[in-house]
Design a protein around this ligand. Structure first.
Ligand SMILES: Cc1ncc(COP(=O)(O)O)c(C=O)c1O
Length: 419
């Protein structure tokens, strides 16, 4: 029986780490790229709050902006003077095409609202989401997740409530979706990189085909950038990779750890918001505290040199990780971006969900993540997990991490698992 008041001691199960060597893992403080546990031990962090900070934990400029907002009153409950400024700053991500913004508190709500906007625009109900994609924890889209029964390929396309599934990088499957269900299809919902499927990267030709088919069919495209937003620069990751969304969901990194998310959309897609057809509510949406966090984050990211450094640092880490395993005769690669990547014990990146499922190595991943933790590095232990890098990861963190990966590779080689 669990005797804790909060079941498991955490309100999101994704957050808990199992005890290791008889010690639990409870964080007392997070700062920059480091976590400090309740025993005072320091860890280099690659969970980065599930990607919810790109600038680093407790960045002084974000803290200052939020402190000021708290002192001014975090919830006036009437229009505040900073929400529009934060929206305009955030809209820079959408460039000249995706220019409208409305805030929510969580990524889950942003996806929910984006689906509602797509339905109001098209007069259709059905949303097709990517197999393996995670688009929040609300019932309709909690479907087709990695290792779920419905993610398996069968002759019949699974449907739950108003949601169905399609397979990324499988043009035949996408064409079949439009043929089978095109008349009902309000929107395609897809992460521009399937971060929750071990950083599986959609091919440009697939995204271009998807964009064409959706346009021809009058189906909207929702790019779920809650996880990857801002991780390739102040621009849409989807557009960078060949997908032209009507709606984009953002969250995590935009608030640097303060709970805020948003839906971005084209002016056309947002007409139904502007004319009141789609009501937007939410006590906390766009309050001064979260708007201040967004504004401070966006201001920080105006400096392009941050990104240059981040990408160089991430690329160097990826090389060092692969080299550490190669030195022990273990084949390992990383997939994804230089600001967020996954580790695979294989010589070729998985292209489609089935390949990914065949290539995950839960035992080896656990072994590596335990070794890393023993050597002062903590990340997400799932075999589908990923390493998030922040602007705060510097030289000292690189040294600790590379050393920890060398030890982890040695441990893995000794264990006989070899990936
Ligand atoms: C791609 C994606 N969409 C939506 C969500 C849900 O966001 P939240 O946890 O803020 O509700 C997540 C969370 O991990 C996500 O990765």
């Amino acid at each position: 029986m669990n005797a804790l008041t909060v079941p498991f001691g955490v309100s999101s199960r994704a957050r808990s780490l199992p005890p290791l060597d008889g010690k639990g893992f409870t964080v007392a403080r997070s700062q920059g790229a480091r976590l400090f546990d309740t025993e005072g031990r320091s860890f280099v962090d690659y969970g980065m709050a599930m990607g919810a900070t790109l600038v680093g934990h407790a960045h002084p400029e974000v803290v200052e902006a939020c402190t000021k907002a708290l002192e001014n009153g975090p919830m006036p409950g009437f229009p505040n003077d900073i929400e529009e400024a934060a929206g305009a700053a955030l809209a820079r991500i959408g460039g000249a095409r995706v220019t409208r913004v409305t805030f929510t508190t969580t990524g889950t709500e942003a996806v929910h609202l984006a689906c509602r906007i797509a339905r109001a625009n098209t007069g259709r109900r059905l949303i097709a989401k990517a197999v393996g994609g995670y688009d929040g924890w609300f019932d309709p889209v909690r479907f087709g997740l990695v290792e779920s029964a419905e993610a398996e390929r069968t002759n019949e396309r699974p449907v739950k409530e108003d949601t169905t599934l399609f397979r990324v990088n499988d043009i035949g499957d996408l064409d079949a979706l439009f043929e089978e269900m095109g008349g009902d299809l309000a929107a395609i919902l897809v992460e521009p990189m399937l971060g929750n499927t071990g950083c599986l990267v959609p091919e440009r030709s697939f995204f271009e085909h998807l964009t064409r088919r959706a346009r021809e069919n009058g189906t909207m495209i929702i790019a779920d950038e809650v996880m990857v937003g801002l991780r390739r620069g102040v621009k849409l990751v989807s557009e960078d990779l060949g997908l032209m969304p009507d709606l984009v969901t953002l969250g995590k990194a935009i608030g640097s750890g303060v709970p805020v998310a948003a839906v971005l959309g084209t002016p056309k897609a947002f007409e139904v918001v502007e004319d009141g057809t789609v009501p937007c509510f939410g006590t906390y949406h766009g309050n001064p505290l979260v708007a201040s966090a967004v504004l401070a984050t966006m201001k920080l990211l105006e400096d392009q040199s941050h990104y240059t450094r981040l990408f160089d640092w991430g690329a160097a880490l990826r090389r060092a990780v692969e080299d550490a395993f190669a030195a022990e005769g273990i084949t390992a690669i990383t997939t994804g971006f230089d600001s967020v990547f996954s580790l695979w014990f294989t010589d070729k990146a998985p292209r489609v969900y089935e390949e990914a499922k065949a290539k995950v190595r839960p035992e080896a991943t656990k072994q590596v993540s335990d070794s890393l933790r023993r050597h002062g590095v903590v990340g997400l232990p799932s075999p589908w997990g990923r390493y998030f890098i922040s602007l705060a990861h510097g030289e000292a963190e690189m040294e600790i991490t590379v050393n920890a990966f060398r030890e982890a590779a040695r441990d893995l080689a000794r264990s006989g698992l070899k990936g």
